[in-house]
Design a protein around this ligand. Sequence first.
Ligand SMILES: C[S@@+](CC[C@H](N)C(=O)[O-])C[C@H]1O[C@@H](n2cnc3c(N)ncnc32)[C@H](O)[C@@H]1O
Length: 433
Amino acid sequence: MSQVPTARNAALDLIGAVLRRKRPLDDAIDENVSMHQLSGRDRAFARLLVATALRRLGQIDALIALCLSTPLAPRAAAVHDILRLGIAQLLFLRTPPHAAVATSVDLAHSRGFISHKGLVNAVLRRLSVEGAERVGEQDAARLNTPDWLWRSWSGSYGEDTARAIAIAHLKEAPLDLTLRDDDAVWCNRLQGTLLPTGTLRRPAGGSVAALPGYSEGAWWVQDAAAALPARLFGDLAGREVVDLCAAPGGKSAQLAAAGARVTAIDRSARRLERLVANFARLDLPIEAVVADALVWRPSRPIDAVLLDAPCTTTGAIRRHPDVPHLKSREDVARLAVVQESLLRAAIDMLQPGGTLVYCTCSLEPEEGAQRIETLLEDGAPVSRWAIDPDEIGAESDWITRLGDLRTLPCHFSEYDGVDGFFCARLIKRAAFA
Ligand SMILES: C[S@@+](CC[C@H](N)C(=O)[O-])C[C@H]1O[C@@H](n2cnc3c(N)ncnc32)[C@H](O)[C@@H]1O
């Protein structure tokens, strides 16, 4: 049945794409024809609706279970999604109850679930009366966090910190911008807050391209924690840096803006195209190469390599609430193998005395500290160069006992948090050392 392109119709397709076809939300949005036909406002609402339902999925599903005596059959999966979106509106987005209920019933009708209209109506009406109280009784942090992530974070950081991380995930992340220069001028024009790490922060929402300075290339979007690794090379003026796994290019842009000659490697041509477009807007020079970093090698050994390795992205759940519903323990183990191979390739590219900065936006130790420990235990020709928090305006508790950077979403809570990032800095030893 062809659907009228409305925000709620698009949201229903998107949540199904994430939860059943396991598509990342941003890719599902790109691939969704209706999303391209909607106005900017409706598109933003559709995204917010799906993101809220995914962010609160544990709570929402517990409420649905409370209202249904038997679970919905698999063929009524879309009805379950209609309820999820309806509850997200009712209880977390402050949509007036009559609108949340009526549009959800209409959605069930338009998708051919005529016999389920009464059920959708009854569940949402009941929750419009008692839902707020039920939500108040829920353990939101625990319910919205899959068991494997809760166990991983409790084991690595302690239960209190696991809870603080999960609480940080309940809120949408702010908009972080990395400024090229003239911090005071742009801070004023963009009406943001300059964080101690140098990032300019604004509340989330609105069109990024409509902000002052976008077309002039005065800044680019980059989380405050993501902006730290590229600053660990010291003075970059005139130096050559290879950025492996570079797209869409936030860190490459920092390196180039600091005066480095950057070679950006990424195996995804589509993502590298975005990097090249970003660099054109920023009017920064770049050599972009589509290649597999495991195979590609520079023409001669290099002084500085940045490796922002592919990872489960569990540090960026605030920005990507689809991640807990897409990733699993098996992905951590699979990606750890990839990260290890990429680390060895990166070391292979370095000249003695050269610097390797390794980072991932994961909270899982297997993708961070454990990778570096394994590398060092196996005798790889590198040593840790401990990070000093003052180098990057970081707080002292972001640096581990061994000198790595370990940010958590609950850090910087007075400013509304940061992404969870791990970063280690290594120096290549001389062959005879
Ligand atoms: C975490 S993202 C990089 C983000 C980027 N550094 C930034 O700051 O904007 C990881 C990237 O690694 C790329 N990638 C994954 N495996 C790769 C490989 N073997 N060789 C090159 N690039 C790879 C992916 O295409 C993806 O663009």
